[in-house]
Design a protein around this ligand. Structure first.
Ligand SMILES: [Zn+2]
Length: 433
């Protein structure tokens, strides 16, 4: 049985303007794409879905996703949650994101070693509905850096932490090999801390990992064809990442002119994901969540937002692939499911047109997932990962934030969400399920 999505406004993510036409889905793939007035003939038993007034585009990729972060108020929430409960909550988050149009999730770390892996595998085996997932393990971090929660008096068991603290190349190599043994797709390394974060502080120059430590992780990853993704705020850290061939750099706010030149020189290989939703939500929603933060802290956050806005605008102009995805779930101010706020941020602050951010979240997102040429565009032969919107995202990118406007989501040709309005098929070929 084929499904014909007729008379949709099609955004194919090639970057071309939308066109009216029909997308035909057969099995898990797009069988045909035709521009009106041409229509693929519907055979008996086919389903024809009238998409007049609707926009059809490829499914989105969340490029900095933590399905195991459950809208934390403290990072210790993630430690306290027991693994059985934690795995189920992570699965629920993955399913929520799928229904919001995120058909692919690129993980930026798992709160315990195998949460991402278990959810990915259960979905791939068909045990549960869910999005495509590139799984990560815990963050691998130098002692005392972002993610190291231990003190002299309290050591948290290794498997309950969202990070593994390491020192020296051998130690980093061991942690990377353990992650590989667990079945991850992506090895996450914390190359620097963050601005204004006490002993995990990072500015233009501070990088807390050594080049040999990062190189050791790269060796493990390269030998197994795994991706390395880094938490990296400092300029020196960005340069080290480019030198070492890191494929995905998260944050990168302080990249100076030389670091940006280096990123531009590898723009066909590297992805930058600012994870902007996280600090922006903290800044804009602190009152709503009664956080009681000091004026000094808020001023610092505002400064940080200005710094990464400048950097991302520049990287985008230089043609570096900057992708949306914003640490949703890592703090209560940016809960899971509100991920599409990032799309608005890219338009509002980073100089993207709505079409450019859609291409970033779809075609470039598929490249990030290592599924380029397989999904992320509306083309015959591609996987039918589709989103159907009741409205025009080019007129208002915020449409993705309204679940009621997301009337259909398909992953691999199977509906993950289907509003009643999508059943308004007409004509003699209508078939009800
Ligand atoms: Zn993150």
């Amino acid at each position: 049985m084929r499904r014909h999505f007729r008379n949709a406004s099609i955004i194919d993510a090639s970057g071309a303007a939308p066109f009216r036409g029909t997308v035909t889905v057969e099995g898990e793939r797009i069988a045909a794409v035709t521009a009106a007035p041409v229509e693929t003939a519907a055979a008996p038993g086919d389903e024809v879905i009238d998409c007049t007034g609707l926009t059809l585009l490829p499914g989105l990729t969340e490029a900095h996703c933590h399905i195991s972060f459950n809208n934390l108020t403290s990072i210790y929430n993630a430690v306290e949650q027991q693994p059985e409960d934690h795995a189920l909550a992570a699965l629920a988050n993955a399913q929520l994101l799928l229904k919001r149009g995120w058909t692919s999730l690129f993980s930026a770390a798992s709160a315990k070693p195998r949460l991402d892996v278990a959810v990915r595998d259960a979905i791939n085996k068909g045990l549960f509905e869910g999005p495509r997932i590139r799984a990560a393990g815990q963050e691998i971090t130098p002692t005392g850096n972002l993610g190291d929660l231990d003190t002299n008096y309290m050591e948290i068991p290794r498997t309950l932490r969202f990070s593994v603290a390491c020192d020296g190349a051998d130690n980093f190599m061991k942690a990377a090999r353990l992650a590989a043994r667990d079945g991850v797709d992506t090895i996450k390394v914390n190359v620097s801390g963050d601005r204004d974060w006490g002993h995990m502080h990072a500015d233009d120059t501070v990088t807390v990992i050594t080049e040999r430590e990062l190189e050791a992780v790269m060796q493990v990853a390269d030998a197994r064809k795994l991706i390395v993704a880094t938490h990296c705020s400092s300029s020196a850290g960005v340069k080290m990442c480019v030198r070492q061939g890191v494929q995905v750099i998260f944050h990168a706010p302080h990249a100076d002119a030389e670091a940006r030149d280096m990123l531009e020189s590898v723009k066909d290989k590297v992805f930058v994901v600012p994870a902007a939703g996280f600090p922006i939500a903290m800044f804009r929603r602190h009152d709503e969540f009664r956080l009681g933060w000091s004026a000094e802290k808020l001023a610092s956050l505002e400064t940080e937002i200005g710094i990464f806005t400048d950097c991302m605008r520049d990287l985008h102009k230089r043609g570096v692939r900057v992708l949306p995805g914003g640490d949703y779930g890592a703090f209560i101010t940016s809960p899971q499911g509100e991920n599409a706020r990032d799309l608005e941020i890219f338009v509002e602050l980073f100089g993207f047109t709505p079409m450019e951010v859609i291409v970033a979240a779809t075609r470039h997102g598929a490249d990030l997932m290592q599924l380029g040429g397989q999904t992320g565009q509306i083309q015959a032969g591609f996987l039918a990962d589709l989103v159907i919107l009741d409205g025009d995202p080019l007129a208002d990118i915020r449409i993705f934030q309204d679940p009621d406007k997301i009337v259909g989501v398909l992953k691999g040709g199977v509906f993950a969400k289907r509003e009643a309005s999508l059943s308004r098929a007409s004509g003699p070929m209508r078939k009800t399920a």
